[in-house]
Design a protein. Structure first.
Length: 366
């Protein structure tokens, strides 16, 4: 019997299974819809696509490192609930995916999903994943993965899989001390979430953008501006009647109070922001304001660059770069952090706010 596109579409609407799965089911059952539905149910595919519409923002991050500590993979697989994320079957599945990626080379997610599954050689990764969705009963999403190779790599998992980190280093004599230091650095990355290894990784465009953000944030916080600039802004607010009588009176009464801004209205503070913004170009030529911006910018770079961050386990406030250099010297080797990858479960995803009672009622048709 010839299988038409309309037949495939009808079965897809009946079961929610994928188009190719529906075509295969109809072919296997010679166009018998009841038999095709049973075929899909037995394969665990009839409900997988329907679950795909649900928000999967929980889950875990898993890592795998090769025996020679030169190759490592990190993967994030999302589930709908934290309950499933803690399930041993789910965790074993995620680790198996990470292991397959680490043992092979895939150009991207599409190539990985189309590959033969190491878990079940009779299916692709995508087909086996659909079966896992049906088995576990929640939408599961293989969201992302990355793989790194270097002289030495280490991994670190924080909070039971909520955060995962890989660190790659250049080292001509990796030993236990070096690997322990890299684990410490990985813990630093998990806790402090830097964006770059060092400042050399930051492009001029990004540096300019970051500096502009610092300038704008300074102007948006008039209370922190240098006193001469702030006084000028307040004078302009009074003389141009940007302030109402209430804010003018509050200023006259509290102008020597360091908590002056607690007595100003929200509208009065916004007026100061607006005035400050109109003088941006003028302030950038002001040595005092330029110094304030440079100080804040330098502090910001220390926060986003790993090697410039204060090492959290240090007693003498040394930074991560100094800590790594000390380990290299103590072990008589070349040792430099080259790259890191940090995944945090669900970052950037919108989590569904479930009303469990309402969901149960809906399923019961109430």
């Amino acid at each position: 019997m010839a299988i038409t596109a309309a037949d495939v579409k009808k079965l897809r609407e009946m079961t929610g299974a994928g188009m190719m799965d529906c075509k295969k089911a109809l072919t296997e059952t010679d166009g018998d819809f009841d038999g095709a539905v049973e075929f899909l149910r037995k394969k665990g595919l009839a409900t997988a696509e329907k679950k795909a519409g649900r928000i999967a923002a929980e889950g875990i991050v898993a890592t795998v490192v090769s025996e020679d500590a030169k190759t490592a993979t990190i993967i994030e697989v999302n589930s709908e609930t934290d309950f499933v994320a803690k399930n041993e079957v789910f965790q074993t599945y995620v680790n198996a995916l990470a292991t397959q990626i680490n043992n092979n080379d895939y150009a991207d997610m599409a190539a990985f999903m189309a590959a033969t599954s190491d878990i079940d050689a009779s299916t692709t990764v995508e087909e086996h994943h659909k079966a896992m969705v049906a088995k576990i009963g929640e939408n599961l999403t293989i969201r992302r993965f990355e793989k790194i190779t270097g002289d030495v790599v280490v991994s670190y998992i924080h909070m039971g899989g909520k955060i995962g980190v890989l660190v790659e280093a250049e080292c001509d004599n990796a030993n236990d001390a070096v690997e322990e230091a890299m684990k410490n650095v990985a813990m630093q990355i998990a806790a402090m979430n830097p964006q770059y290894v060092n400042r050399n990784e930051i492009s001029e465009d990004i540096l300019a953008k970051e500096r502009e953000i610092v300038v704008s944030s300074a102007l948006a916080d008039p209370a922190s501006l240098p006193k001469p600039i702030l006084n000028g802004i307040i004078t302009e607010a009074i003389e141009s009647n940007k302030w109402g009588d209430e804010d003018k009176a509050a200023y006259e009464e509290q102008k020597n109070n360091k908590f002056l801004f607690n007595f100003l209205s929200a509208e009065g503070i916004q007026a100061l922001r607006d005035i400050a913004d109109t003088h941006k170009a003028e302030y950038l030529d002001n040595k005092i304001f330029a110094g304030l911006v440079e100080g804040r910018f330098a502090k910001h770079l220390k926060e986003i660059c790993l090697v410039d961050q204060v090492y959290v386990k240090a007693e003498d406030k040394e930074n991560v770069g100094q800590y790594v250099a000390k380990v290299a010297k103590d072990n008589g080797c070349k040792f430099e952090i080259k790259k890191f990858i940090r995944f945090e479960t669900g970052e950037g995803l919108e989590k569904k706010n479930e009303d469990f009672a309402a969901e149960v009622a809906a399923q019961m048709g109430q």
